[in-house]
Structures are given as structure tokens and as C-alpha cells.
Design a protein around this ligand. Sequence first.
Ligand SMILES: NC(=O)C1=CN([C@@H]2O[C@H](COP(=O)(O)OP(=O)(O)OC[C@H]3O[C@@H](n4cnc5c(N)ncnc54)[C@H](OP(=O)(O)O)[C@@H]3O)[C@@H](O)[C@H]2O)C=CC1
Ligand SMILES: O=C1O[C@H](COP(=O)(O)O)[C@@H](O)[C@H](O)[C@H]1O
Length: 454
Amino acid sequence: MGSGQWSVEKRSSLRSDSFSKDIDDVPETGCLSIIVLGASGDLAKKKTFPALFNLYRQGFLPAEEVHIFGYARTKISDEELRNRIRGFLVDNKAASSKYSDDVLKFLELIKYVSGSYDTEDGFRRLDKEISEHEISKNSHEGSSRRLFYLALPPSVYPSVCKMIRNCCMNKSDLGGWTRIVVEKPFGRDLESAEKLSTQIGELFDEPQIYRIDHYLGKELVQNLLVLRFANRFFLPLWNRDNIHNVQIVFREDFGTDGRGGYFDEYGIIRDIIQNHLLQVFCLVAMEKPVSLKPEHIRDEKVKVLQSVLPITDEEVVLGQYEGYRDDPTVPDNSNTPTFATMVLRIHNERWEGVPFILKAGKALNSRKAEIRVQFKDVPGDIFKCKKQGRNEFVIRLQPSEAMYMKLTVKQPGLDMSTVQSELDLSYRQRYQGVVIPEAYERLILDTYISFLFI
Ligand SMILES: NC(=O)C1=CN([C@@H]2O[C@H](COP(=O)(O)OP(=O)(O)OC[C@H]3O[C@@H](n4cnc5c(N)ncnc54)[C@H](OP(=O)(O)O)[C@@H]3O)[C@@H](O)[C@H]2O)C=CC1
Ligand SMILES: O=C1O[C@H](COP(=O)(O)O)[C@@H](O)[C@H](O)[C@H]1O
């Protein structure tokens, strides 16, 4: 395959599950069960099931091979779970008021099992349901694939992983596997993250564990490396000599929305900044990796993080939106921040002196996620155009993916006056008819099929 082309391959290089034997050459032929744990929750209904639906519609989850299971403590029937998620499955092809055949057929693939997260009873019933599905598909023992997606608060990951390990593992000697997907935030702090890592590491091999940060699946986040390292424009400009500051901003126009129980335990820094915004920050600030191999990219990210100076109190602002404590699941005296802004300073040759301003807030007046790179003023400005504002390069992750560059140009006409204008690459206009995948589609697909850049 020539350079720059994508190819679909099995994760053969990662097939070192201790539960599988010598399976490198065994094709994956067994059926696939996707188990969404925490199926009653916000993530499951808003993102996980819709992403699975989109994969199904595009043929990546063939009905003959796949079954989907929801699991949570809430006692509801299969039909009640389907009713909860139905409205979140958007089918562009369907007539506006009707659910399409695709939606109805997809919902038929979903079964619900109710049980607790720390006792074996529920997980044994879940295992029984999965096995029945595997048998019904004539999947040979040892060839079936089981993907456990933990759409749950991290506090229950250890017990859930233990239950999966004790009750729901399948044989993998004929190309089958068991994998788990865990969400951010990965613990509350370094100590709890390390503890969690150890606990999960004792139960599963590294290649079986997928830690997800869905911001990495967003189209314009995926584009950051290409933009930075495949364009001559940016190479000489991307440094302290030219850049005045970088802002990485996340705003949401709704509050906890029934998730107060989860959110109040973590707050905006652990919910958004420590994971989503730091990943974006690393991609903006890191040096060019040796290659696109995950470990090379990781190494460069780690170097940036290690170069960040301790954040000072004077460069942090925290806030809580009015009405946050009205949520019945939030304690009346909660001081959990729902808004935070902080300045990160990188102590290295490229970035010394350039503030990286990270900002995140819930229940603000708009929904937006963007990166703003503001350039320094032009030295020796003969046009006196400071009033027009600086050069700025903006990457809008959402909504309406776009990147645009703010430039100063001559105001068209007889006068020699200046005005600020934009070089605009709005995806909707530029890539008409191209469907941009949701972040979770990309990431979930990666958990059972891998795309290699060769
Ligand atoms: N919501 C979102 O948009 C996103 C969320 N995430 C991550 O996904 C994970 C789940 O988030 P989300 O779905 O929003 O959270 P929810 O608060 O909706 O929790 C999901 C489910 O977990 C169970 N649950 C909630 N709190 C507890 C608890 N303290 N102990 C045991 N079970 C509990 C509930 O199910 P039941 O009571 O029925 O068992 C609930 O329906 C988090 O790690 C979050 O960071 C990541 C990206 C986006
Ligand atoms: O991880 C999370 O992300 C969502 C926002 O995701 P987006 O893709 O819609 O920007 C946020 O609402 C949630 O609090 C958080 O847990």
C-alpha cells in the first residue's frame, strides 16, 4: 500500500491477550456483542447508542453478526430502554415525523439486563444472555468477540471490571476476544488514577483496555497534526517569536441536565479540562513526532506535559453557575466549579512566555469549542492598524467545524485604509455532501477494527 493510504486491518499487532493463545493467524469470524454498561445514563443515550446506530447504518455493525446489550441498575424493560434512546437516533434519510426502518431494525438488536455493579448475580445473567446470542448466531466457542463499554462514573470501574473478569469472559482461542472501553475522567487525581490503572491492569492485559477521550475523535482535533506538520505556512510561525497567546475554549449552553450526581463529584476541571482540553493543548504545543505511531505521538505529548510549569493561584478563576445547586442530585452546599479558566505556561524553547489559556464552562450563553491562536503585532506598523486587531488563526471544533484566519487587508476602494477580513475554510461549505463522523463513531470503530496509516 502506498504512503498516505488507509487500510483496514485487524489489531494483530496488539493480540497479546493473556487469555488468548497463539491466535495471530486466526481470522475474526465470530459474532460481536457490544455491552453498554450504564445504559440508563446520559452518555449512553446521547452519544454511545447514536454512534452505534450510525455505525450500523453505514454497514460497520452487520445485523447478522452483532447484538447490543444495555446493562444498568435501573429496572426497565428492553422496550423502555429502546424508547429512551429512540429520539436520539437521527436518521437523515427518514421522513421527519417517522422513525425509519433502520432505526426500528437497530432497536431490535438491543436487549437490556438490569443488575448491580458489584455483585455477580446480574453479570451472570448478562453472560447468559450474551452466550445465548452467540449460540443463536452459530458462533464457535472461542471465536466470539465481546466489547464492554463502561458508560459509567469511574468510581465503579474497578468493581465492574472485576465482575466482567469473573463472570463474562469468553474463550479466545479461535480469534475471539474480550475488550473493555473506559471513559474519562480516569480517577480523581494522580493517586486514584494510578490505583485504578493497577486495579484494571490486574484484570486485563493492556491491549484489551481502551481508554477513551472522545475529543480526540473530533474531525478538527484529528486534523491538528496534519495542519501543523503538513503545511509549510505554519512551521516557521508556530512559536514564541510569532504567537502572543493560545486560547482553548469549551462552552456549553446547558447545565448538569440530570447528571448532577456524577458531575458534582468531579467538577469542570476533571470533567473537561484535565482530559479533553489537555489533549487538544498537547496537539497544539507538541513537537513533530517521529511518526504517526501511537507511542511516538504519546511521547511528544508527555514531553509537553512535563514542561508545563505549576499553575499559580493568581492565574486560575473558578465559578459556579446560578441555579447549579437547584439540581436535586447536587448537595445544597456544593462548591464544585462549573466554570474554570487557567493559564498554562510551557517552559521550553518553543513556548517560553506564551500563555496557553484554557477555559471551560457549563450553562453559559452558547455552545462552542475552539482553539484561538493570536499572533503578535506586526513590528514597525506603517498602517497604524492595531485597531483592527491582531492576526488570529481560529480552529472551531464545534458547532459547524471551521478554520479561519483573521488578516488585515486593504479596504477595497480608493482609500488606502485597512480592514480585518477572513480566509475562511468552513467545512459545511467546502465539503458539501461529506458527512463528518461523530467522534464516538470513529473511536468505537477503532475498538473492534483498526485503521492503520501506512
Ligand atoms: N454525558 C456525556 O456527554 C459524556 C460523559 N462522559 C463520561 O461517561 C461517564 C458516564 O457519564 P454519564 O452517562 O454522563 O453519567 P450518568 O450520571 O448519566 O451515569 C451513567 C449511569 O451510571 C449509573 N450511575 C450514576 N452514578 C452512579 C454512582 N454514583 N454509582 C453507581 N452507578 C452510578 C446510573 O445508572 P443506574 O443507576 O441505572 O445503574 C447512570 O444512568 C463518565 O465517566 C463521563 O465522564 C464522557 C463524554 C461525554
Ligand atoms: O466529556 C464530556 O463531554 C460532554 C461534551 O461533549 P461534546 O462532544 O458535546 O462537546 C460534556 O457535556 C460532559 O459534561 C462531559 O462529561
